[in-house]
Design a protein around this ligand. Sequence first.
Ligand SMILES: Cc1cc2nc3c(=O)[nH]c(=O)nc-3n(C[C@H](O)[C@H](O)[C@H](O)COP(=O)(O)OP(=O)(O)OC[C@H]3O[C@@H](n4cnc5c(N)ncnc54)[C@H](O)[C@@H]3O)c2cc1C
Length: 293
Amino acid sequence: MKASAFSYARATSVANALELLVAHGDKAKVLAGGQSLMPAMNLRLISSELMIDIGEIAELRGIAVSGGVLSIGALTRHVDLLRSPEIAAHAPLLTGAVGHVAHPAIRNRGTLGGSLAHADPASELPACMVALNATIVVRGQTGERRIAAEDFFTGIYETALSAQELLVAVEVPAAPKNSVCFFHEFARRHGDYAIAGLAAQAIVQGSLFTDLRTAFFAVGDRPILAKAGAKLINIDVTPAILAEALATLGKELDPQEDQQASAAMRRHLAKILLARCAFALLDRPDLTAGGPV
Ligand SMILES: Cc1cc2nc3c(=O)[nH]c(=O)nc-3n(C[C@H](O)[C@H](O)[C@H](O)COP(=O)(O)OP(=O)(O)OC[C@H]3O[C@@H](n4cnc5c(N)ncnc54)[C@H](O)[C@@H]3O)c2cc1C
């Protein structure tokens, strides 16, 4: 199938894109890498009278580190994240996660901003941003808003962005030197959307987590920063403590059922992921006794 007819405008700057968005309101759509938008248009799940192509706006590109914060432009492609030495050094969770996003052809065009604005609950990068405590920077004609990643995702394909705003950048606190991370997803094939996944960043001192942020994806209507993970901080994680955290996780998740998995299966897989995360990051194979791994 082909998309219904639309007009096309290439924005020359962020200011120009915002002018076009305000002038055309709900009739316009922002086009970045097109890897989610164009398939949806071709399937006629979405229609738009005007496509505003932001792909040539240089100020939306690039990765910079300053004052302990990584700033990543919205048009940074998945492949740029994968190859960036700055990302590998300061946000290794992203380097590990992005190879699971689709396939090389899609990673060559798809952008970070597009992935976050699209807000598929099964996407890897939104969950990483929640785990990394990132800030999403959005701009409208009246100025800039900075939104914690945890508050940015509001539902299935829904975010705190208004139709007249652009996502311009993401700011990620550089990972502390002693931090460790964990990324794993269950998918039918490598590159498919996850059936259940976990992105986590932690600080381990001695045998304890002194910080642990666990963001689950594909097990709810948005990335979920699990309270169960916080139960493992500053405590000797015995198999019994882990079992309690897994029980908490089971109660706090509300996964969807679809052709890939039942809600119960997704909840079960999420528990496996949390148990694996704990024993991998604490280097405690004995924790396998605490849960289904
Ligand atoms: C076969 C296939 C497999 C895929 N597998 C995965 C996968 O495993 N994991 C995964 O996460 N994704 C997957 N995707 C989806 C895709 O990789 C991402 O959603 C995509 O990269 C989004 O980025 P984009 O630049 O292409 O966005 P676009 O498609 O251009 O835009 C997506 C949406 O975001 C909006 N938007 C884009 N940029 C901005 C901005 N700066 N400000 C405001 N709104 C904006 C657009 O208006 C649109 O609504 C897959 C896609 C395909 C076709």
